[in-house]
Every structure is written in structure tokens, then in C-alpha cells.
Design a binder for this molecule. Structure first.
Ligand code: HAM
Length: 425
């Protein structure tokens, strides 16, 4: 094999990216807000492997692009057929079926997802999702709770331009009847729309509904709607969810053509669309019920519902709305060491133990160079460990914004800085 070209090999693979500080601080902010919110709602963290047996995912989407065309499949050295997680619901349901926790089982997750997609802004081959799933209840109040959990998260981030789109997929039986009607309608009314339209209409009529092709829109808009084909129980469930959302003041738009990309969906489905993103990639989250998936994996009948939120997309939406600015990474204190006898390390350590954000320079640099670093770090105070002060049992403390400097007892410096930071708020 010829030598690899370092310009292409030592780069993140196409469709993936690194997240570096200070951008990564926004990740911390988003993840902690979600974790905090999910905990308040009574959800526990679930962590499942990055890869699963191939069959776990094949079950959830034999007819979907994510599973048919985009999955990262691999065979390990033991000959096992595995796949990197393309979506988060199947692994959680697999874990439920394996461990059989007491229902309702309410869990949240943070996980990387892998899809071999055509990369573009907001669409990656590895993306991260924050998600939640509830197994073991078909109460419409659970649908409302799950939606409220996601909805409030966008508000926590300061996003105002996120719309909730709501639909119902009914039962598999209701959907099967509808799909036949839809297919007939599309094939009859789209006869002049070309081979691509007709092939898709015959093979995956539901997938025609969310097609973006301009020329098809007329026929799509007049297509029969699934919500008109719901049986009484499905309709009542859907209405109860809408009433529940109204009670919580969560605005929603009915979206009868909303088709989510997995086979497992039944009943309530939803998507969160951001008006701050390009229309093609405006979904900042989505989810729905999957009332038969656990049973298909070998458990007794166990309804379920959940959602996934793409972190990268949410952050792009935040950029678009000027929300969740990168917090300034300010230090409380920067320790400047002009002695080099190890006492600066002790001072930095004491400041950190006292709960302050403290850092120092390394490599015996000049006082001037270290003061420059202290300023660049945006530190509030420079704590200068000098020989004369050390002889007096003190350190010099300079308030960098004002330039005021005074001496503080070496033993008291951590408490001194802390007190001032607390009173400064
Ligand atoms: P999904 O709609 O495929 O659903 O993905 C959820 C969210 O992940 C999307 O709304 C989007 O924000 C983000 N996302 C998806 N693909 C990409 C990508 N290639 N690049 C960047 N972001 C992306 C699911 O995965 C379901 N498991 C959600 C669910 C949970 N349904 C029930 N429970």
C-alpha cells in the first residue's frame, strides 16, 4: 500500500467533526440542562453499547433508508454481525426486553449515532442525540409528558422558533388499510409524474408524503390523510394527547403528512421544526409511540414512546436565534510563579480545592509573559508567588480589571479570593 497522505488521513472522517473548547462548553450547557430536566421528570440515565447485533436494528426499519442504506455494519473478529447505532430507540427497547425493569420504565440518554448519509450542514455521519423513552404505558398523559419534556428543553436553551408538529399513525392495521388507499390514489393521480414518482408510490407510498419535489406537491396535498382513517380508540387517544398539550399550554400544529422514518411507529408521532434552520434539515427533534416493538423483540406486550433530539442541529438553531452563547471562560485566579520551588502548585491547588477556577503558567516563563497569560485567560485576579513575599509569608494579589495590587497572607489567599468572588456575585 502506498504511504497514506497525511493531509487526508489525519483528519476527522468525512461527515464527522471534533468539538473543541470553547464550543464544547455549549455542549456541557445543553447536556446538563437536558439531564437536569429529565431527572426532574423522573427519568433515569440509560447507557447502551455503541454497537448491537445487526438484527436489533433490522427489526426497526427494514423498509427505511436509515437501515437499508445508511447503516454502519461490521463483522467482528468472532464473526458476529453488528451495527453501529443508527438510532436510539431499538437499543433501549432491547435493554428493556433483556432486563425487564418494572414498568413504567422512564429513561433518558446521550449517545452518538451513525448514519452513512450525504454530509451537509446539519446532517452528519456521526451525530449525537439526547433522547428519552418510556416503556410500559399507553396512557395519553405519558405522550403529553414526553412531549413536554422535549418542548421545555428548547425553551431552556432560549429557543423561541421551534414548532411542534403532531400526527397519529394509528394502529398497524389502520395504517395498512390507509397505505393501500394512498397507493391507489397516488398511482391514479400521479400517472404523469414520471417513473420515479410511480416507483416510490408503489413501493413506499408513505414516503411520497414527505417528498420535497416541487412537481409532486399538488398531488401530495390532495392525498387522503391517515388521521381520517383512524379507528375510535386511536382517534380518542390522539384527541386526548391534544387536549393534554392544550392544558399545559404547549402549542402544536397538526401535520397529517408527517411521516417519521422508522417502521416501528404507531399512534402519536411528532417532530420539532426550527424556523431558524434550512427547511431541508429543520428537524431539531422527533419521536413517537412504538407500541409493538418490545413485543416484537420477545417481551410481553409493552407500549412505548420517546424522542431523539440532535445536539448539533439544536446548536445550529441556537446560532440562528442568538441563543446559548458560548460562555466566557473566565478564571477566578491565575497563579504567576516567579520562584519555581513548587509553592505555586500548592497555591493553585488550594484555590481549586476552595471551589475556584484557577490555573497557572508552566515552564518557568518570565513574570511579564505570565502576566500576559493571566490577562489573556480573562482572570479576575493574578496571584503572584514571589521571593520577597514568600519571605514575609504572603503572596501579591492583583485585581486585573483595575490593576490594584495588595499583599495577602499565603494561608488566607484562597479564602480571600473566594470571599471577593462571592460578594461580586
Ligand atoms: P430521527 O428523527 O431519525 O429519530 O432523529 C432524531 C433527531 O436526530 C432528528 O430530529 C435530528 O435532530 C437528529 N438527526 C438525525 N439524523 C441526523 C444527522 N444525520 N445529522 C445530524 N442530526 C441528525 C430517531 O432517531 C428516533 N430514534 C427518535 C425516537 C426516539 N423515536 C422514538 N423514540
Amino acid at each position: 500500500m502506498p504511504d497514506a497522505d497525511p493531509r487526508t488521513v489525519y483528519r476527522a472522517p468525512v461527515g464527522t467533526h471534533d468539538v473543541l473548547p470553547p464550543e464544547s462548553e455549549r455542549w456541557i450547557a445543553a447536556v446538563t440542562r437536558f439531564a437536569d430536566r429529565a431527572t426532574r421528570f423522573g427519568y433515569g440515565l440509560v447507557v447502551t453499547p455503541v454497537f448491537e447485533h445487526l438484527e436489533v436494528f433490522q427489526r426497526v426499519g427494514a423498509s427505511t433508508d436509515v437501515v437499508r442504506k445508511e447503516m454502519y455494519e461490521l463483522t467482528d473478529r468472532g464473526g458476529r454481525h453488528l451495527a453501529l447505532r443508527p438510532e436510539g430507540t431499538a437499543p433501549v427497547v432491547r435493554a428493556y426486553v433483556e432486563h425487564r425493569p418494572t414498568p413504567p420504565w422512564k429513561v433518558w440518554y446521550l449517545a452518538p449515532h451513525f448514519r452513512y448519509e450525504r454530509p451537509q450542514r446539519g446532517r452528519y455521519r456521526q451525530h449525537w442525540q439526547l433522547g428519552a423513552e418510556v416503556l410500559g404505558s399507553d396512557d395519553p398523559d405519558v405522550d403529553v409528558e414526553v412531549i413536554a419534556l422535549a418542548y421545555g428543553f428548547y425553551a431552556d436553551l432560549g429557543l423561541n422558533r421551534v414548532r411542534l408538529l403532531l400526527n397519529s399513525m394509528g394502529t398497524p392495521e389502520e395504517r395498512a388499510v390507509y397505505v393501500e388507499r394512498l397507493r391507489d390514489y397516488l398511482v391514479t393521480h400521479g400517472a404523469d409524474l414520471g417513473e420515479e414518482f410511480l416507483t416510490r408510490a408503489r413501493e413506499h407510498p408513505l414516503r411520497v408524503l414527505d417528498a420535497k419535489e416541487e412537481a409532486w406537491q399538488d398531488v401530495i396535498e390532495r392525498a387522503p390523510q391517515l388521521t381520517e382513517h383512524l379507528g375510535t380508540a386511536s382517534r380518542e387517544h390522539f384527541e386526548a394527547v391534544q387536549r393534554g398539550l392544550d392544558k399545559l399550554g404547549i402549542p402544536h400544529e397538526l401535520a397529517p403528512r408527517l411521516v417519521r422514518g422508522f417502521d416501528y411507529y404507531t399512534s402519536t408521532t411528532f417532530e420539532f421544526a426550527s424556523d431558524a434552520l434550512d427547511a431541508a434539515q429543520n428537524a431539531v427533534g422527533g419521536g413517537g409511540r412504538y407500541d409493538q416493538l418490545a413485543e416484537e423483540m420477545g417481551a410481553p406486550p409493552t407500549p412505548g414512546i420517546g424522542f431523539g433530539i440532535g445536539i448539533e442541529r439544536v446548536l445550529i438553531a441556537c446560532d440562528g436565534e442568538g441563543a446559548l452563547a458560548v460562555p466566557e471562560h473566565r478564571l477566578d485566579a491565575f497563579v504567576v510563579d516567579t520562584i519555581g520551588d513548587g509553592s505555586a502548585n500548592a497555591v493553585v491547588n488550594e484555590l481549586r480545592v476552595a471551589g475556584l477556577r484557577a490555573d497557572r503558567a508552566y515552564g518557568g516563563r518570565s513574570l511579564k509573559a505570565q502576566m500576559k497569560l493571566a490577562n489573556r485567560a480573562g482572570a479576575e485576579y493574578a496571584v503572584i508567588v514571589g521571593r520577597d513575599e514568600a519571605a514575609r509569608g504572603t503572596v501579591a494579589v492583583r485585581h486585573l480589571p483595575s490593576g490594584q495590587q495588595l499583599e495577602v497572607h499565603r494561608e488566607q489567599v484562597a479564602a480571600w479570593v473566594r470571599e471577593r468572588r462571592e460578594t461580586a456575585g
